[in-house]
Design a protein around this ligand. Structure first.
Ligand SMILES: [Zn+2]
Length: 357
């Protein structure tokens, strides 16, 4: 009798924490890797079998805007900037629909989990939850979402469904308010994440003094700043394509990795870049790291660690629940590839994704 919850995959499996290629088959039962072997079995899907991608920093809320002009960071996303004007002239329905479509695009682009910096207080979070629910009902989307919310004006508490608080630079708020928000969030077991060192390094020390669980950007961090981040064991999410659009330069990711910082990868504001991690990986590997394994780890294993999703995503191991992506190695784009990991990082795009399971 056929088992409806059993899926058989075959091809090059990027296995374990080391992402070592293994030729064979893999059986997924109820989302758990039940078996891996090398015999010939008829598969449901065949291709490059890898952990699905994790977008560790995105702002889905500005999905209504796709083509802003090139402007300095503050004119784009600061108070009264392009983003806020677009949001204030959009209806609530348009905003929810924009987010739903971005979620759908992420899922089709191999992404299984994301962390969103959600603005707009309680209702901002409600809008994202609605978009996730609509995506689930309509398209069967099954994304792991970690929402970092912001309190409503005059409040210091975020929506109960938030995983944490996501604070823009400490420079944007009175210190006493930031401390109150952090204290309340921590008392509720929520995580603390901040943008830091994006346009200048003068908010990094301040951000670290709050003992955060996560920092985003550190584009302008100097070696002495990164040493403190490493010492405090704070993970960092970098968004290099976003940094290019806003003209702030590029972070020293090689040094971050060298000194042992856990680095994840994010696509940042949807209005600046499509939430497509293949583009982010290709750029990062070719322009900055020349190291496909490091890049792929950033948006799989490191992302899972940062999102606290190790038990449901990340490395492929027998006995472990895991979100898996299957990439078509016979597409016009991928055919003839010899090094699966390099092809995946430098060449694959959303149209090569056969399935995310
Ligand atoms: Zn951001």
């Amino acid at each position: 009798m056929a088992e409806p919850d059993k899926i058989i995959l075959r091809g090059t499996i990027l296995l374990g924490e080391e992402l070592e290629p293994f030729e064979g088959y893999l059986v997924l039962r109820d989302g758990v890797v039940a078996e891996i072997g090398s015999e010939r079995i008829d598969p449901d899907f065949e291709g490059i079998i890898s952990p699905a991608l994790i977008n560790a920093h995105v702002h889905l809320g500005d999905s209504i805007l796709k083509d802003p002009p090139y402007l300095p960071l503050n004119d784009l996303v600061g108070p009264g900037g392009v983003k806020h004007r677009a949001l204030s002239s959009a209806t609530r329905r348009e905003q929810v629909e924009g987010m739903r479509r971005s979620l759908s695009y992420m899922a089709r682009s191999g992404t299984s989990a994301f962390a969103d910096f959600r603005e707009g207080g309680e209702d901002g979070v409600e809008m994202l939850l609605e978009a996730m629910e609509e995506g689930k009902r309509g398209d069967g989307l099954d994304l792991i979402g970690r929402i970092f919310g912001r309190p409503d004006p005059g409040s210091i508490q975020v929506h109960q469904n938030c995983w944490g608080v996501g604070i823009s630079s400490t420079k944007d708020h009175p210190r006493s308010w930031v401390e109150d928000v952090v204290e309340v969030a921590r008392s509720e077991g929520k995580k603390i994440a901040l943008h830091a060192g994006e346009a200048g390094r003068d908010d990094i020390e301040d951000a670290l003094s709050l003992e955060p669980d996560l920092l985003v950007h550190l584009t302008k961090a100097e070696p002495r700043d990164l040493a403190k981040v490493a010492e405090a064991r704070v993970p960092v999410v970098v968004c290099p394509r976003s940094n290019l659009v806003t003209g702030v330069g590029l972070p020293d990711i090689a040094r971050m990795l060298d000194i042992g910082i856990v680095v994840g990868l994010g696509t940042d504001n949807v209005m600046l870049n499509g939430p497509n991690l293949f583009s982010e990986m290709e750029f990062l590997s070719k322009a900055l790291l020349h190291n496909d394994r490091q890049v792929f780890m950033m948006c799989t294993l490191n992302g899972a660690q940062i999102l606290g999703a190790d038990d449901a995503a990340g490395a492929i191991r027998v006995g472990k629940k895991c979100r898996i992506m299957v990439i078509n190695r016979r597409s016009d784009n991928m055919a003839g590839g010899k090094d699966s990991l390099a092809s995946l990082v430098r060449r694959a795009n959303p149209s090569d994704v056969l399935a995310v399971l």
